[in-house]
Write a new protein. Structure first.
Length: 451
């Protein structure tokens, strides 16, 4: 009997996660990736000045990301992730508060850390405590607009800006006035209230380009996963009328490539970003309401400012900024810092030079020194993630589709998670579950939450 095969379009984390689930279960997996590298949005570029791999944008994971952790363990790359037990919060007056767990059960483990935040008054902290308690009591599926909910639950401008906004803008890549309650709840309950380890940030010790590139090759090779880079898919092929006529079960029979070639396959897993999906589908499939709703997803950008100084600005490895333009400073050592601005829509009209100027001026105020700026690069990913607006799940399809041999994955599919590496990996595992179920081999692959 020949092994079942699967064509995975897209070599980001969703596609790779599906490959790691299906290859050991006897599937012949082929990954078709349009770029010359794997990892998708979690990627690096080569710094022209030094030739070093530099992450397009710093990526962090958290302890509550159980599927991402499982994916890294499967591939043997988990030792490249470094847990950060302390977070530092800094205000423009240069004062810094530590955020670290106490050895108490959740949710009390972070009570003292919140109480110590110098940028919140005692009443603010009581308001926040009350808001968190109420948030935990809401239904996990309710998704009204968050801002009116915060107002209705005693939050004021300061707690919204300096607490809810700080956490949510980084975690959801969207501002408080635009997000829905559902994913805001998820961030606080899963990340901060549910389990002592949920909030522990994990930082990769090596560039993403290496983590999701060279470090995976041996595993993929040993599981006979064929990876074709520089292999852009132009469209999915329908049924018998196309050649090669491979097992067309009334659905898809493979893909056509941008270079004009075709690859036959009796199952296709499409894992491209949400704004590319409809263009790849045959028109008769794309118009079906199941797929057409994807067009309602809207993007949110992230800007990352890379700065190389002639010395380190701060001894801290990373700092969350409060009341600043930059939101998170990552100190990568040797004078190289990356400042991340999530939900960076307001920067769009400013141009790169202005953004760089403002961020550099901010860093100089926060870390006064004679450090000389050697060079800089501003990178904006305009379609970084989908925007977690109220009710967004109505636009996110599940991984099994009405087309019998077409499956979907990607951080934008129905995962119960916002657009994150965890969401992407979950989607890959859910797609693998759907494929196994369609083949009469149901198996649960998604890992449970922290218990
Ligand atoms: C700037 C930025 C910062 C982020 N920070 C974080 C963070 O700190 N923590 C976190 O958890 N998440 C973060 N994310 C989100 C995270 O990167 C994504 O959620 C995750 O990588 C999405 O994986 P994916 O596989 O769903 O999609 P993608 O990574 O987009 O993968 C899709 C793949 O499909 C390929 N492709 C597209 N079209 C074709 C085609 N026609 N043929 C073949 N291949 C094609 C693409 O090249 C890509 O490799 C960030 C994202 C960005 C952009």
């Amino acid at each position: 009997m020949t092994s079942p095969s699967i064509l995975i379009v897209g070599g980001g984390l969703a596609g790779l996660a599906a490959a790691t689930a299906l290859a050991p279960r006897g599937y012949r997996v082929t990954v078709l990736e349009s770029r010359p590298r794997l990892g998708g949005r979690a990627s690096s570029f080569s710094d022209p000045a030094t030739g070093q791999l530099v992450d397009a944008c710093q990526h962090v994971s958290m302890g509550c990301c159980t599927n991402f952790a499982h994916f890294c363990r499967t591939l043997g790359i988990e030792h490249f992730l470094e847990p950060q037990r302390t977070l530092w919060f800094q205000t423009p007056d240069r004062r810094v508060s530590l955020f670290r767990a106490d050895p108490w059960p959740a949710p009390f483990h972070l009570g003292r850390a919140l109480a110590g935040a110098h940028y919140l008054s005692e009443t603010d902290k009581l308001r926040i405590g009350w808001g968190l308690l109420q948030l935990r009591r809401t239904s996990p599926d309710a998704d009204p607009p968050l801002l009116p909910w915060l107002h209705a639950h005693r939050q004021n401008a300061r707690t919204i800006d300096r607490f809810w906004g700080i956490v949510l803008t980084s975690a959801l890549n969207e501002t408080v006035d635009r997000v829905g309650l559902k994913y805001a709840r998820k961030v606080f309950v899963d990340g901060f209230m549910g389990h002592r380890d949920g909030f522990t940030v994990q930082l990769p010790r090596v560039p993403l380009g290496r983590l999701y590139g060279d470090e995976l090759r041996a595993w993929l090779k040993s599981h006979d996963v064929e990876v074709r880079e520089n292999c852009g898919v132009k469209s999915l092929l329908m049924g018998e009328s196309q050649s090669p006529p491979v097992a067309a079960t009334g659905g898809l029979s493979g893909v056509t490539l941008r270079d004009g070639g075709t690859i036959g396959g009796n199952r296709v897993l499409l894992t491209v970003p949400f704004d590319r999906v409809l263009d790849l589908l045959p028109p008769e499939i794309a118009v079906q309401p199941f797929f057409a709703r994807i067009a309602n997803l809207t993007p949110s950008p992230i800007t990352s400012v890379h700065l190389w100084f002639d010395r380190d600005l701060t001894p801290l490895p990373h700092v969350v900024l409060v009341d600043c333009l930059g939101q998170w400073v990552f100190n990568r050592g040797g004078g190289y810092v990356q400042v991340v601005v999530s939900a960076s829509r307001p920067l769009k009209s400013q141009g790169r030079e202005k953004v760089q100027e403002e961020i550099v001026a901010e860093l100089r105020r926060l870390y006064p020194s004679d450090a000389k700026l050697l060079r800089a690069k501003v990178v904006t990913e305009h379609t970084a993630t989908f925007s977690a607006v109220p009710g967004v799940d109505a636009f996110r399809p599940p991984q099994a589709t009405p087309a019998p041999n077409l499956f979907l994955a990607g951080d934008w599919t129905q995962t119960g998670w916002p657009a994150t590496m965890e969401g992407a990996v979950r989607s890959g595992y859910l797609a693998a579950e759907a494929i196994l179920a369609a083949d009469g081999r149901p198996e649960a692959l998604v890992r449970p939450d922290l218990a």
